[in-house]
Design a protein around this ligand. Structure first.
Ligand SMILES: [Zn+2]
Length: 495
């Protein structure tokens, strides 16, 4: 994981417009303020001056690119750093002075909170207050997610540490939930176990549904296996000796529902004939629903025909994303590539859903929701990259693609490989990363960082209409190749 390097898309201010590429006067677009504090050992100065000027930063000559861009890494010592940027040509002489204070990372003095164990004979319950509440392996934001829960799910709490409660999922499995994500505490005399009634497997045009009616909403966990899914439902009343096996249908090779619960966990094993195309777990009233995407109908002659794809142009509105040396904002580049990709995909018969079609701001969590509500098979989020302080934009650059769930990995790799071939950019990797736009288990979700806004050559490419067209084309090509590859591996096609 390269979360510290990858990043992210800063919020920087600029007054320049997309087509107004170079101003005459010296301008620094990053760091954004002439007086600033940071803890990294280096930062970079990104900006522009009149093309042809001689530029120095602390008396060291810095290359000025054809369009006036410059990018320079500056090392920082502890305390105050005075940085003089000097630009000179026949007519003008501009000097800007930046004072950057390097401060120590402030995690040194933080004391680790104590774990408090709740008394064993006390059963304290609380319920989740919103959707997408993560239960994690450790009581901190960066720990791995064990499961994501929707609202109103009853959790048994058995301890506390800092701002987190410890949740008992089974006698052998604990998880941690942020205290602010749960409410309605009640102490109950003894453990509450949910009783389950008959499990059903149904289907419609696009999905299979495995439904389990329960007496109340209890936590669950879903795991992707090599050939399907495993669903565990916690705090379930013992149904000794009950195992139900469903007969093979379409993509479902086998569904075994195991109620042999000796530890209050009920486990479902789902084996698939074909690859996993996406799934969701949620409650409908007190019925737990596992929804599994069916294999789409892919026409080998015309693989994109009737395939629904959501294109997400990253950022928008007040959220600019990264900003290039001459002031062009990432949100504008993303939207342009997204609209080009939309045209190409629609020409091939795909149904395209856009999360934004203009410079409006779209809430981050709304974007995957748009994709799910439109029953999209694939969601592509488009971005152009930047780095955090401490990294060197001349070393780390190129094209990268991010995914989170196993079922999206192959798509991510196909897109990156195709883009590298078509665009001849540097390989910046395919990464497993937990982002809002990569985490959905449905649709297949990938985030593409086409190139870097803060690398002068790549920035020039991103400003080039032909390059953006090529980038859109290469992504379309990759999706088509991915669908054809998937078609070849099908063992049983849909009826
Ligand atoms: Zn971005």
């Amino acid at each position: 994981m390269k979360i510290n390097l990858k990043n992210t898309c800063f919020l920087l201010a600029s007054t320049l417009l997309f087509n107004n590429l170079s101003a005459d006067a010296l301008e620094v677009v990053y760091p954004k303020a002439p007086n600033t504090e940071m803890s990294a050992t280096s930062t970079f100065f990104i900006g522009n001056t009149k093309p042809g000027s001689r530029l120095t930063i602390n008396d060291k000559e810095v290359k000025v690119y054809e369009n006036g861009s410059f990018v320079e890494v500056v090392q920082l010592k502890d305390g105050f750093n005075r940085i003089k940027i000097d630009s000179q040509n026949e007519t003008e002489h501009d000097i800007l002075t930046y004072i950057i204070k390097k401060v120590p990372k402030n995690n040194l003095m933080k004391q680790e909170p104590q774990t408090e164990n709740f008394p064993e004979n006390e059963y304290i319950y609380a319920s989740t207050i919103k959707n997408n509440v993560p239960l994690r392996t450790e009581p901190n934001e960066n720990a791995q997610r064990i499961t994501n829960l929707n609202s109103d799910i009853m959790l048994l709490l058995n301890g506390k540490k800092g701002g987190y409660y410890r949740v008992a999922l089974s006698p052998t499995l604990n998880a941690w939930v942020k205290a602010e994500n749960v409410v309605n505490y009640s102490t109950i005399n003894g453990q509450m176990l949910a009783s389950a009634s008959d499990v059903t497997l149904t289907e419609d045009k696009l999905y299979y549904y495995v439904k389990t009616p329960l007496s109340f909403k209890t936590p669950y966990k879903i795991t992707e296996t090599d050939n399907g899914l495993t669903l565990e439902i916690f705090n379930i009343k013992e149904h000794l000796g009950e195992t139900k096996t469903f007969k093979q249908t379409g993509d479902i090779k086998s569904l075994v529902v195991n109620m042999l619960s000796t530890d209050s966990v009920s486990t479902y094993f789902i084996e698939l004939n074909n690859q996993l195309w996406g799934y969701n777990v949620y409650y409908e009233d007190n019925t737990l629903v596992l929804k599994i995407r069916k294999t789409p109908n892919i026409d080998p002659q015309n693989p994109l025909k009737d395939i629904t794809i959501t294109i997400d142009a990253g950022h928008g509105g007040e959220d600019y994303g990264a900003i290039g040396p001459t002031g062009v904002k990432e949100k504008e580049i993303n939207l342009d590539i997204a609209q080009k990709l939309q045209k190409i995909l629609e020409a091939k018969g795909a149904k395209v859903v856009m999360t934004r079609t203009d410079d409006s701001s779209v809430e981050l969590y709304k974007r995957p929701k748009i994709a799910q509500e439109s029953d999209s098979l694939i969601m592509i989020s488009l971005h152009a990259n930047a780095l955090a302080d401490g990294a060197n934009p001349y070393e780390k650059h190129g094209t990268s693609v991010y995914y989170y769930n196993k079922e999206s990995k192959d798509l991510a790799q196909t897109i990156k490989e195709t883009m590298l071939k078509e665009l001849q950019t540097q390989d910046d990797g395919t990464y497993n990363c937990s982002f809002v736009l990569t985490r959905p288990t449905m649709p297949l979700s990938v985030l593409v960082e086409v190139a870097y806004m803060i690398h002068p050559d790549e920035y020039s490419l991103l400003l080039d209409e032909q390059f953006r067209e090529k980038a859109a084309n290469s992504i379309e090509k990759a999706i088509e190749a991915y669908l054809l590859k998937s078609l070849k591996t099908l063992t049983i096609t849909q009826q």
